[in-house]
Design a protein. Structure first.
Length: 199
């Protein structure tokens, strides 16, 4: 299969690419890295990406920024960052890709652990993650041409602990290999409308 992976250079993206790249042809995409660059929050940039890549069998997104801050320091704009980047960015990939993904193909998005196991300063991420879970449940019953849509919701990756572990007290890291297999479950399997939790 030919698969677009957006956010391929990040920890989660690398885990997905390591697993999927064993048997599929990957097009690695990033905001400032990869074979093609895209700004997911800009629909015209997403449209241009699909025009360059052409028809694909699947789209995997492991990208999306959120703002971390104590609740009392958040503003409408800081919360909108996550909604604009992580939520609407991935929604743009789906809406713009409906005609570029082959019949029976799939979209796999990425949320995260914080809407079910919160941390201090993580309300922006928790909000975005919850929205993405609702998106795939609602969208799955309306996807055209037997297209499927799921979201992977991983805990803190083992490789991310040196940078982010201090913000996740008491969280058990998850292996990159298990996270990679969650993307394989979505792409190579048959499920749709699911939040694939990796704890």
């Amino acid at each position: 299969m030919k698969i677009i992976v957006v956010g391929a250079e990040g920890d989660i993206g690398e885990a997905a690419c390591e697993e999927l790249g064993r048997r599929h042809d990957l097009v690695r995409v990033g905001r400032s890295s990869g074979e093609i660059q895209v700004d997911m929050s800009d629909r015209s940039s997403v449209d241009e990406m699909y025009a360059r890549v052409g028809t694909v069998d699947a789209v995997v997104s492991t990208a999306g920024d959120v703002h971390f801050a104590p609740l009392g320091e958040h503003t409408a704009e800081t919360l909108m960052l996550g909604l604009r980047q992580k939520v609407m960015g991935q929604i743009n990939l789906v809406l713009a890709g409906l005609k570029s993904v082959v019949e029976g193909g799939s979209f796999t998005l990425t949320s995260g652990v914080l809407d079910r196991d919160p941390i201090r300063t993580g309300v922006g991420a928790a909000t975005a993650n919850g929205a993405l879970g609702g998106l795939v449940v609602g969208a799955a019953i309306e996807m055209p041409r037997r297209l499927r849509i799921n979201v992977v919701s991983p805990g803190l990756l083992d490789v991310s602990v040196p940078r982010y572990g201090q913000w996740f007290p008491g969280h058990d890291p998850v292996s990159s290999e298990r996270v990679g297999r969650a993307y394989a479950k979505s792409v190579d399997g048959a499920i749709t409308g699911q939040v694939i939790i990796v704890d």
